[in-house]
Design a protein around this ligand. Structure first.
Ligand SMILES: [Cu+2]
Length: 225
C-alpha cells in the first residue's frame, strides 16, 4: 500500500509544470525592453488564469506603464493624474503603428486632477486579442499600448529583455514576440519544454524607436516635455 502511495507522488512530480526564461534581443543583439512574450502549447496541463484587470495612468504627458499586457476580456481602467485634461483614444493597432479603423476607436476625455479629489477615470473591456494603441487628441506625443493575449502564457519582458513564463506543460511549444516598435510580426520560435527550467533566446528584427530618441538624454528625460 505504501509503495503505491509513493509511486503516485512521483508521477505527480513528473507531470509538474516547467518554467521558460525567454530573452528577447533587438536586431543589433541588445536586450529589447517592453517585449510581449507569448507561448502557445497544446500539451495537457493546467492553464494559468489570465490577467483580467489593469490600470493605466496618464502622468506627466505619458501613459504609465507604456505597455500593458492583459488577457482576453480584461477591464482596463484609465486615470488622469495630471492637472490638465487628457483624452484616451483606444483602438486596435495595425501594422505600422496606426489605428486599424479610427471609426471603431473608443474615445473619452478625462478632466485634469483637482486637489484633494480622486482623479478622473474610466474603463473599457477589451474583447479582441492583439495590440491596441493609446493616444490623446490634445497631446500628439502621447502614445501607449495594450496587448490582449490570446494564450494564458503571456509575460511582459523587463528592461533586460527577459521574461519568465511559469506553469508550462512539458512538450512542444512555440514562442511569439510582439513589440510596439515592430514593423511586421516575426516568425514564432519552436521550443521543447522539459521538466525544471528551460531557456531560449529570441533575436528579433526589431529596432526600438524609443531608445534611439532617448539616447542623448538621461533615462525618462525627454527634451521638450
Ligand atoms: Cu493628453
Amino acid at each position: 500500500m505504501r509503495t503505491i502511495f509513493i509511486a503516485t507522488l512521483l508521477l505527480a512530480a513528473a507531470a509538474q509544470a516547467a518554467d521558460l526564461t525567454v530573452t528577447v534581443l533587438d536586431r543589433s543583439g541588445k536586450p529589447l525592453a517592453d517585449a510581449v512574450v507569448l507561448v502557445d502549447s497544446s500539451a495537457q496541463g493546467i492553464r494559468p488564469s489570465p490577467v483580467l484587470a489593469a490600470t493605466i495612468a496618464q502622468d506627466q504627458l505619458k501613459f504609465v506603464p507604456a505597455v500593458t499586457l492583459v488577457g482576453l476580456g480584461a477591464k482596463v481602467s484609465f486615470s488622469n493624474l495630471d492637472t490638465w485634461d487628457h483624452h484616451v483614444i483606444l483602438g486596435v493597432m495595425g501594422a505600422g503603428g496606426a489605428f486599424v479603423d479610427p471609426g471603431q476607436n473608443t474615445q473619452f476625455r478625462l478632466a485634469g486632477r483637482v486637489r484633494n479629489k480622486a482623479p478622473a477615470s474610466d474603463s473599457k473591456v477589451l474583447s479582441q486579442p492583439g495590440p491596441y494603441l493609446l493616444a490623446c487628441h490634445i497631446h500628439s506625443s502621447m502614445r501607449g499600448h495594450v496587448y490582449v493575449a490570446d494564450t494564458p502564457w503571456a509575460k511582459l519582458g523587463s528592461e533586460d529583455g527577459k521574461a519568465v513564463l511559469q506553469g508550462l506543460p512539458e512538450g512542444a511549444a512555440r514562442v511569439r514576440i510582439w513589440h510596439p516598435d515592430q514593423i511586421v510580426d516575426g516568425t514564432p520560435t519552436a521550443v521543447q519544454i522539459a521538466a525544471g527550467g528551460n531557456a531560449v533566446t529570441v533575436t528579433t528584427q526589431i529596432a526600438p524607436a524609443r531608445k534611439k530618441r532617448a539616447a542623448p538624454a538621461a533615462d525618462n528625460n525627454y527634451p521638450g516635455l
